[in-house]
Design a protein around this ligand. Structure first.
Ligand code: TUI
Length: 315
């Protein structure tokens, strides 16, 4: 049995799983693997130069016939150029994060590109719906990387009540129980990031995968609140230094120290002085395995969980 929703129909995918578009982490290899597994893989643009991103898109096209997407990180200074290129390449879908994509939506729609916009609040979700977003991704603060203030548990049902377009739940979802819970909240798909960091096809440094696999429940911390761009990372020496700068309220020094550190972790494998962005669900990731197995196991567990909920436990 497959779980079909407005989101699977919108994107033409088999399973309601959207891979988080993680900067320096979700490259063409991971995105194609998730798409081939029946979800939708998303290439993380982050601050990537436009030409490199174009190459990743073409690589993904060579690795899968299925729909895939690109995450537009709206804080990047050359975002207009990135959007132009994405329009030229006519990728099937984009997810957007770290800002309001409203002004780009008409052009994206003209090229038939579906727009799934991340909203950390009800007010932004309503504005994005009015601007034409095809779906809203409600990302709770359990997520890794740049986060809002609300948890997935309270954000998602409020978004479901506030907008008519489908809502996708994100933040803290790493297994099938999380998918079932998201559906209970009214979501019609989930976005999963951290679990896919430990997909075999994910090209991040093995030292980072090992750190995620070893992470326990309280091993993430939010740094950068003083800059207005709080970021959830796994605790390490860099995180402790950033926490100290937050305490001393030195946002400029914090920004300077943080610059370039995500690539240092993900590509070079520096787990001491790199920024290991990962969600609280890192604690639920206990092994590296192919994306197809991750997707199949998550969906099987979601279906089991949903079926079991129809037979409430006997006292
Ligand atoms: O974007 C993410 N996660 C990210 S982006 C990123 S790269 C980065 N590194 C350092 C500092 C900042 C970014 C790493 N992880 N998730 C989606 C997300 N979107 N979280 C929060 C938001 C968001 C915040 C404000 C979306 C819209 C928004 O709108 C403000 C406005 O313009 O109204």
């Amino acid at each position: 049995m497959a779980i079909r929703t407005r989101v699977t129909r919108l994107l033409g995918i088999e399973h309601p799983i959207i891979q988080g578009g993680m900067a320096w982490t979700s490259t063409a290899e991971l995105a194609a693997a998730v798409s081939n597994a029946g979800g939708i893989g998303i290439i993380g643009a982050g601050h990537m130069p436009t030409d490199l991103l174009r190459e990743e898109i073409r690589k993904a096209r060579a690795l899968t016939d299925k729909p895939f997407g690109v995450n537009l990180m709206l804080l990047t200074p050359h975002i207009d150029e990135i959007v132009e290129m994405v329009l030229e390449e006519r990728v099937p879908a984009v997810t957007t994060g770290a800002g309001n994509p409203a002004k780009y939506i008409p052009d994206l729609h003209d090229r038939g590109i579906k727009v799934l916009a991340i909203a950390p609040s009800v007010a932004l979700a309503k504005r994005l719906e009015a601007a034409g977003a095809d779906a809203i991704i409600g990302e709770g603060m359990e997520a890794g990387g740049h986060i809002g203030e609300l948890t997935t548990m309270v954000l998602v049902p409020q978004l479901v009540d506030a907008v008519d377009v489908p809502v996708i739940a994100a933040g803290g979802i790493a297994d099938g129980r999380g998918i079932a819970a998201a559906f209970a909240l009214g979501a019609e798909a989930v976005q999963v990031g951290t679990r896919f960091m430990c997909a075999s096809e994910c090209t991040i440094h093995p030292a980072v995968k090992e750190m995620v696999v070893k992470a326990k429940d309280r091993d993430t911390v939010v740094t950068g609140r003083s800059t207005g761009h709080p970021v959830r990372v796994l605790k390490n020496k860099l995180a402790r230094m950033l926490e100290e700068l937050d305490r001393e309220n030195k946002p400029e020094e914090l920004e300077a120290l943080g610059t370039g550190k995500l690539a240092l972790a993900m590509r070079q494998g520096d787990t001491v002085m790199g920024s290991v962005m990962a969600g609280q669900a890192a604690a639920m990731v206990t092994c590296v395995k192919p994306a197809a197995e991750i997707v199949a196991e998550m969906m099987a567990q979601a279906e089991e969980t949903l079926a079991a909920l129809g037979r409430l436990p006997e006292a």
